[in-house]
Design a protein around this ligand. Sequence first.
Ligand code: NCD
Length: 359
Amino acid sequence: MPRLTDITWDEFSAMGLEEKTPYLSRGDDGMTPYHTLFAQQFDRPLLERLCELANRIRFINKSREGAMYLKSVLAHKRAMLYFSQPSSRTFLSHLAACQILGLTTGSVRDAATSSEFKGESNEDSVRTFSSYFDMIIMRSPRQGLAEKMAWELSNSSRPVPILNAGSGKDQHPTQALLDIYTLVRSFETKGGLDGRTVVFCGDLLRGRTVRSLSYLLTRFDGVRQIFVAPRELQVPDDVTAVLDAKGVEYSLSGNLKAAVKEADAVYMTRIQDEWDGTKGESAAIDTTHFKFGAEELALLKSDGVIMHPLPRRDEIALCCDHDPRAMYWRQMRNGMWIRAALIAAVFGCERTIMECGYR
Ligand code: NCD
């Protein structure tokens, strides 16, 4: 199995994402991640294994004895949560996932409280965390920082796994995992996720969750993707290039109602205006037709689902919240279970948990 110590940063960074995948794996099966950086690291068997592991952890955690057992699994490990961009769910669900498995945690959520305020680089900060912790869960506005740090740490005297909890406008692999887990659970008694139609709506240009989930959906058979957005915020070419290369059926549209009629799942996203320049460009874009409300709800199939990575603004009307097809609350909790599964797998505890005596 190739290793990050065998390759220079320049050689590694020049590779395609699928080509990078074996360098990031634990080395036991070529797929299970050591560093988790992007969606391309997850193939169908690995996704299925992680969903099963998440189900198992969810089940074991129901009893006091089971929860105590899970807390013993990684009680000897510490994780650092380094979030230099705002976060509620991703931070808390990773924290809760660590707590379920017994990891102790530290956190920096604001550079103003760390030595970065004194001018320390992100790179030196991550290097510092690796001195005290066994895993670094990080979110950064800097695209590529998690990947650079994975290479740096693997080539240092204290290699520890990096878990990307959102990198710039680029990728959000653990969000995509929880989205897949939610879709798999939503359709598990209804014939599965293969062959379904998923509609993405909102800011598809700057939403990193869309890029990661669109890729993971290509791991399922015949999943059609419809991208609904104002022209200025339509899905970028690198996403459609992947779909073209894989022969996935997709279309771009400006008509949410028409797309909802075809949808098995509608994935709404907010306008990512934190990426605007000083002029506040987003405010000039007409987004009125890219909101999910009572009319769209009436058009959605009876077994369709509405998803959102959250936070929401007004792109899903409050009247949808109590509809059984509103899956965004469950989606959020699913994030905790699938992140616990991923962390367990990164530390090589998948079999221990799958084969433990709790039934
Ligand atoms: C998303 C993100 O940070 O990319 N939030 C999340 O992690 N659940 C989506 C967003 O901020 O719109």
